[in-house]
Ligand binder design. Sequence first.
Ligand SMILES: Nc1ncnc2c1ncn2[C@@H]1O[C@H](COP(=O)(O)OP(=O)(O)O)[C@@H](O)[C@H]1O
Ligand SMILES: [Mg+2]
Length: 362
Amino acid sequence: MERFFRKERLIDREKEIEFLRGWFDKVPKEILWLYGPKSSGKTTLIEYVIENELFEDFWGLKYRGNFWVRYINLRGYLITSYKSFLEAFIKPEGEGSKRLREEERLDARMALGIFEIKASILNKVRERHRDLFNVLISEIQRIARDRRVILIIDELQTLEDIYINDKRELLKEFLNFCVRITKELHIAHCLIISSNTIFIKRIFNDARLKVTSEFYRVGHLSRGITMRWLDDEGIGVYERDLIWEYVGGCIPLIQRILSKMGEMKALGGIDEYLKQEAFRAYAQIVDALIRSKSKHIELVFKKISEKILKDGFYLCKSDDYDEMNVIERFAENEILFYDPLNLQVTGSNRLYERGMEILLRE
Ligand SMILES: Nc1ncnc2c1ncn2[C@@H]1O[C@H](COP(=O)(O)OP(=O)(O)O)[C@@H](O)[C@H]1O
Ligand SMILES: [Mg+2]
């Protein structure tokens, strides 16, 4: 089925859209975590689903059926304290709704990020006399009487290291809140998205969260789907294979190549262009190695790279502290991707693996 998202073609995601549709139709019982390497298309997927599956008319803010959705991408906010977190999401009911109506027309996405609560209650929350999450739970309880409530948070790791007060960690309280509304009260779906798998790993290894969570991976496109897409775009067999060898199924990288197909000759041909792209990935790896200022880290990284190139992935034995340290460092800067569920480490996309090849040839 051909789908469009904001006037451009949406590539594939049939399986993922089907999965999410099914998930939201069920009674909420677990938190759903969407994870996958940087730029695999998580945000695009969820925004597509919100705009086309959860809304009948998104820009007019008309929900489909009895859905009621709140969606926040924390990347768009500078959240440095509990106070700035509150300011981003909660607006007092009266004053808020007037401003909201104008904003709604301007940007439905902004409006979806806002919870409205009574001004008097909001003041108590601000002064820490009332607990924010208890207030939100009562609010959701009220809405959930005749609606299917869905909360979606992208880039949740942004809340790490923020404290409500000396003793209370915002992220922890937020996750407790998610467990309460899903597993315990069944009043709302809670979907959390993150590229940061070191963060996901911590969650995955937290006994309480593990039993209350489902993890769903959104990866790069498969070879078959990538080939079909390139074929549709009129790309010949030789170029198709070459593109797959260099960038695999990474959608934005393929889009960039496609946008340059017209000027490929001027760029020295597609072989040359892709080689240069691989060199850029290599340069980024070298830069990260230099920054580490450690010959030992370099050796471990090379050992991991060798294995990835040979077997397609490196199996991470997390009892090896040295290795884990290097993997975490390179996953944090998104050169490596670490899947906490099957413990496989790969390049964040295939281009980095081409970069590793150059590194090992030095
Ligand atoms: N299914 C898709 N169809 C078309 N373009 C996509 C698709 N998925 C991702 N993209 C493109 O790739 C870019 C990166 O995707 P994004 O959703 O931001 O990745 P992530 O959130 O996983 O880091 C987007 O800006 C979009 O242009
Ligand atoms: Mg994203």
